[in-house]
Design a protein around this ligand. Structure first.
Ligand SMILES: Nc1nc2c(ncn2[C@@H]2O[C@H](COP(=O)(O)OP(=O)(O)OP(=O)(O)O)[C@@H](O)[C@H]2O)c(=O)[nH]1
Ligand SMILES: [Mg+2]
Length: 370
């Protein structure tokens, strides 16, 4: 078979045929690498031909964070958008009601959240079925993905959607594997790892065969986690996005308490009824929690802090410098020091440099040079 899809199917079939054990580990690793390369070709190839962007999918980012609604048709994504944001998006009891990306915004804890309603996706979306590719393309730009599921439909839908997103390089609720690849001129492949880490999922031979497949002949591969073959491939491929995800289980108005109890074991999930607006408080709180943002209140000199409009910064970039950059690019350069009140300091206020790590609801005043 000559087509990319054909080659992918062939490798997937071979992987399914191959028993998983120590003897086949290296070979399986190699197949995984080949598969990842073909999938990348498939995605990149489609970008060039015919503009995968598509009408209406280039929605401008607004607000502090972007959250995307992904799910099968008719699970209630549009109903949820309309109820949460007040932005009307047509909802109906036939599939593929929504044909484009419709943005709405709402405010929670002083944070402006952009919510994107998207067309439903189906199995095979990542390979070009329906508008799947555009939808998943937008999902890649989101800080958080809400996978919307219908409580009255089987949970297999969850796995299908996860697979579609993963096939497009999105990793859900997963940290970037701590693997460092340093190329060198000679010396072959050297695996480096601290004695504290036991590698149970990946042998040195598999590392070598994966590197060989990617034509990496000389490099130090440094592992700081118990990585799998997929983790190594992800780091070599490099274009993965690591996105938090919440499973929104909708239409719970249609199931019994007993059924709901069973579903309660799904991790990262919130049950809601978009129709009846049940449990929206928990949903909004969980969205806030998973976005992992912090609120910083500004305090102009001689005035009380502005508690109405916090500056919103991702926790990962929540230093005094990160805060400055959110306000104005020049501010960090002009800063002499920052005065900080709140839980991140021992004394209130405390003089802090630009590397000081801020906490949620700290108050900051920037003192400029001269
Ligand atoms: N019982 C019940 N029905 C709901 C709920 N939310 C949405 N619906 C119904 O489910 C149907 C589909 O809702 P939509 O909001 O259009 O679903 P969607 O996910 O946007 O569908 P597509 O745009 O086709 O992908 C409509 O008839 C809604 O009234 C809910 O919480 N409970
Ligand atoms: Mg819709």
């Amino acid at each position: 078979m000559a087509t990319l899809q054909g080659k992918i199917a062939e490798i997937e079939a071979e992987m399914a045929r191959t028993q998983k054990n120590k003897a086949t580990e290296g070979h399986l690793g190699l197949l995984k690498a080949k598969l990842a390369k073909l999938k990348r070709e498939l995605i990149e190839g489609s970008k060039g031909s015919g503009g995968a962007g598509g009408e209406g999918f280039d929605v401008q980012k607004t607000g502090d964070a972007r959250v995307g609604l992904i799910g099968f048709p008719s699970v209630g994504k549009s109903t949820l958008l309309t109820k949460l944001t007040g932005q009307f998006s047509e909802a109906a009891d036939y599939e593929f009601t929504t044909l484009t990306c419709i943005p709405g915004t709402y405010k929670y804890k002083g944070t402006k959240i952009q919510l994107l309603d998207l067309p439903g996706i189906i199995e095979g979306a990542k390979d070009g079925k329906g508008r799947g590719k555009q939808v998943i393309g937008v999902a890649r730009t989101c800080s958080l993905i809400l996978i919307v599921l219908d409580a009255m439909k089987p949970m297999t839908h969850k796995h299908i959607i996860e697979r579609e997103l993963e096939g497009f390089g999105i990793r859900l609720n997963k940290k970037k594997p701590d693997i460092l690849i340093k190329r060198k001129d000679k010396g072959g492949i050297t695996v480096i790892k601290p004695p504290s880490i036991e590698m149970t999922k990946l042998s040195e031979d598999t590392v070598k065969s994966i590197c060989h497949e990617y034509k990496i002949s000389n490099a130090n591969i440094q592992f700081r986690c118990n990585a799998s073959a997929d983790d190594l491939i992800d780091v070599i491929e490099g274009n993965r996005v690591y996105t938090p995800c919440i499973y929104v289980l909708n239409k719970i108005d249609g199931i019994s308490i007993e059924e709901l109890d069973l579903l309660d074991r799904v991790p990262h999930y919130v049950p809601v009824s978009a129709k009846d607006e049940w449990n929206f408080d928990e949903l909004m709180e969980k969205i806030w929690e998973y976005l992992d943002l912090i609120r910083i209140y500004t305090k102009p000199k001689g005035q009380i802090p502005d508690y109405e409009q916090p500056v919103i910064v991702p926790r990962a970039a929540s230093t005094v410098e990160g805060f400055c950059n959110k306000i104005h690019k020049q501010l960090a350069k002009d800063m002499k020091y920052g005065m900080v009140w709140g839980t991140s300091v021992r004394h209130n206020p405390q003089k802090c440099g630009k590397d000081h790590q801020l906490n949620d609801e700290d108050v900051v005043q920037i003192i400029k040079k001269n």
